[in-house]
Design a protein around this ligand. Sequence first.
Ligand SMILES: CC(C)(COP(=O)(O)OP(=O)(O)OC[C@H]1O[C@@H](n2cnc3c(N)ncnc32)[C@H](O)[C@@H]1OP(=O)(O)O)[C@@H](O)C(=O)NCCC(=O)NCCS
Length: 175
Amino acid sequence: MTLWTLFFKNSKILSESDSAQSKELVLINNIQYKDKLVEIYLSTDKNINLNDLEKLCDSVGWIRRPLRKVKTAINNSFLIVSLFQNIDGNKCLVGFARATSDYAFNATIWDVVVHPDLQGQGLGSILVYEIIKKLRYHEISTITLFADPDVVMFYKNLGFIPDPNGIRGMFWYPK
Ligand SMILES: CC(C)(COP(=O)(O)OP(=O)(O)OC[C@H]1O[C@@H](n2cnc3c(N)ncnc32)[C@H](O)[C@@H]1OP(=O)(O)O)[C@@H](O)C(=O)NCCC(=O)NCCS
């Protein structure tokens, strides 16, 4: 798989009031889901249902990973952002993204996903912007991610640029 290393640099530091600390809030009304309009909630609570996350990742065709390791990855992430839809009183996970960090200079965004039934309505952008907002609040200035070739334009639209000084990203994989 070809991966692009993308960087986001932005000198604006967000004020405390911009960085919502609440675990859950109504994010947006009037999102089209099948034949109706729904509300989507945003949460930064790490305590999410791993089976729901697996189903969400299945819906976009991602290879399954051991849930035990996914749980460890989430617990050790700097932050996660989830999007939920309320269906008949049940929370249904429809979007997810997370970031790891050294808590000082650098952060990397991982696992950005929106359920196919809700794509193309701005939710993916909201996930990424929410992560950037919180990282900038903590004065983390270099934000990177690895993009599959077919989503490079999605991230470029959000302000990310391919490796600015030529190919500096290097990878080691077990043989
Ligand atoms: C990539 C993904 C998260 C985008 O979510 P989304 O909710 O559809 O994105 P948005 O609606 O916020 O799209 C924002 C803009 O990016 C564009 N865009 C979205 N997906 C795109 C793609 N794959 N390629 C190019 N442009 C894309 C949209 O058309 C939109 O452009 P506009 O502002 O001019 O209308 C979603 O398509 C997804 O989950 N894909 C499968 C998982 C995946 O590949 N994740 C990325 C891993 S690196």
